[in-house]
Design a protein around this ligand. Structure first.
Ligand code: PEP
Ligand code: MN
Length: 339
């Protein structure tokens, strides 16, 4: 059930609806938009009686929700969500760039890459301290030591730290040392992790699972939001197909497909999508051209020595060039202001 308030509904009207929802034993999710507030109800097993709300002061209508999701939808919030990470944003007119190495390998490596990322004007630094590797014998990340290096990058350059939590204990560490929780492709349907991230004060970057449908991905975001954390950014990072010329296949069509359903920001990761540094820039251009709110890029000061994902890492020079190019594309497709 979605309770849509009138444009002139008072705070008291909204609070009354919220209270009644809670008294029924459900959870209320009020979302203020530019013109009206809508309140979504979760926690109900069967249908909710619309007549309970229809005649309350300030209520425009109570709509039965027939779609599987309630909180990610444009029905609840017709305007795009802008995710705020301190004073940096994702989802507004500025193109968001999240860049850094696949894994934090040393203090020197992280600070060297961060210097270039900062100089490029990007506001976000990425780097894994806990790595989800296919083989248990591959480099697993520096763990908490890596987190401490990330915190130093934040102190030195003021960059916002985006780093992966592999499990619920990992979320505790991101909350201590970072600014945004990354949930990786392999964990997109780790429901206890999603719920834990949903109870965090930090925003969440939710990567699309290796073979996740649009609906599965959006429902994973819904898990986070159902716990009360509405600061979710979706990240398309390529899916598993029969293609052998790339590590994964970048599904650019998912960007407008998400837009048609959801108010959440969506960004593109061309690094994991291609697995090849030579393809990262062309795919980044495509991601921006198709309307993504931002990019997540892997960059390394010495890609040939990287302990993980070296083949897809851009050099510092290649990264600088990419930023320049994608900003030009972003500007070129900016909506023309109405006359
Ligand atoms: C990463 O960003 O380094 C990563 C492991 O990504 P994904 O979960 O998309 O594979
Ligand atoms: Mn990686």
């Amino acid at each position: 059930m979605l309770v849509v308030m009138k444009a002139d509904a008072t705070e008291q009207d909204i609070n009354r609806v919220v209270r009644i929802i809670q008294e029924l034993g459900y959870r209320a999710h009020p979302m203020a938009g530019a013109t009206r507030t809508a309140i979504s109800i979760t926690g109900n097993q069967g249908p909710v009686d619309a007549t309970r709300f229809e005649n309350l002061p300030g209520v425009a209508e109570a709509i039965r929700v027939t779609k599987p999701y309630k909180l990610i939808t444009l029905d609840l919030r017709p305007e795009k969500t802008i995710v705020r990470v301190g004073d940096a944003t994702i989802g507004d007119e500025e193109l968001c760039i999240i860049a850094g190495p696949c894994a934090i390998e040393s203090r020197t490596q992280a600070l060297t890459v961060a210097k270039t990322v900062h100089r490029s004007g990007a506001r976000f630094f990425r780097g894994g301290a806990f790595k989800p590797r296919t083989s248990p014998y591959s480099f697993q990340g520096l763990g908490e030591e890596g987190m401490k290096i990330l915190a130093e990058v934040r102190d030195v350059y003021g960059l916002k730290i985006v780093t992966e939590a592999l499990d619920e204990a990992g979320v505790d560490l991101v909350e201590r040392y970072g600014d945004m929780i990354q949930i990786g492709a392999r964990n997109m349907q780790n429901f206890s992790l999603l719920r834990r991230a949903g109870r965090s004060p930090l925003p969440v970057l939710l990567k699309r699972g290796l073979s996740a449908t649009l609906e599965e991905w959006l429902l994973a975001a819904e898990y986070i939001m159902a716990e009360g954390n509405y600061q979710v950014v979706l990240c398309e990072r390529g899916i598993r197909t029969f293609a052998q010329h790339t590590r994964n296949t970048l599904d650019v069509a998912i960007i407008p497909a998400v837009r048609a359903i959801s108010h959440l920001p969506v960004i593109v990761d061309p690094s994991h999508a291609s697995g090849k540094s030579s393809m990262v820039t062309p795919l980044a251009r495509a991601g921006v051209a198709v309307g993504a709110d931002g990019l997540m890029i892997e960059v390394h000061d010495q890609p040939e020595r990287a302990l993980s994902d070296g083949a897809q890492a851009l050099t510092l020079e290649q990264y600088d060039r990419l930023v320049h190019e994608v900003r030009a594309i972003h500007e070129a497709i900016a909506p023309v202001p109405a006359l």
